[in-house]
Design a protein around this ligand. Structure first.
Ligand SMILES: [Fe+2]
Ligand SMILES: [Fe+2]
Length: 168
């Protein structure tokens, strides 16, 4: 049996993943307003990914015969001082999410819940990827800061990203 405490923590993670989706959608809107369609497209894809993460938790809770209870999603901020600032905020957000996943793993260990621990390992690996991909963009934007046309090139490159649903 999965513990009530574990189910509650997993439910809170659904909310954190949905908030991530909402935050990145807000960034997509910001990039649209800034005439950076490639970055907007990248963030839209990120929103799909975060929604898929939320659904993984949603499905897992049911598999373990727990009850999903959805909570209100906080309003994300809507303005950043530059594209670099937005991607830096995304990087910080991913680091915070990594910390949350680690806390969930610690709780699973504490609850002697090996199944949940095994389920969470996918997210442990996913967070490494998430942090790396956002950090790569932060570094690109920093390098391009003084080069004319760099923003256009980076925007075009980021627009190439497509969504691939997560596999088990
Ligand atoms: Fe996520
Ligand atoms: Fe993420």
């Amino acid at each position: 049996m999965i513990s009530k405490k574990m189910v509650k923590a997993l439910n809170e993670q659904i909310n954190a993943e949905m908030y991530s989706a909402y935050l990145y959608l807000s960034m997509a809107a910001y990039f649209e307003a800034e005439n950076l369609p490639g970055m907007a497209a990248w963030m839209r894809t990120q929103t799909q990914e975060e929604t898929a993460h939320a659904m993984k938790f949603f499905d897992y809770i049911h598999e373990r015969r727990g009850r999903v209870v959805l909570q209100a999603i906080d309003q994300p901020i809507e303005e950043w001082k530059s594209p670099l600032a937005a991607f830096e905020a995304a990087f910080e957000h991913e680091q915070m999410i990594t910390g949350r996943i680690d806390d969930l793993v610690n709780l699973a260990v504490q609850e002697k819940d090996h199944a949940t621990n095994a389920f969470l390992q996918w997210f442990v690996n996913e967070q490494v990827e998430e942090e790396t991909s956002v950090d790569t963009i932060v570094q690109m934007l920093k390098m391009g800061e003084k080069a004319p046309g760099a923003m256009f090139m980076i925007d075009r490159e980021l627009g190439q990203r497509t969504f691939t649903p997560p596999t088990q």
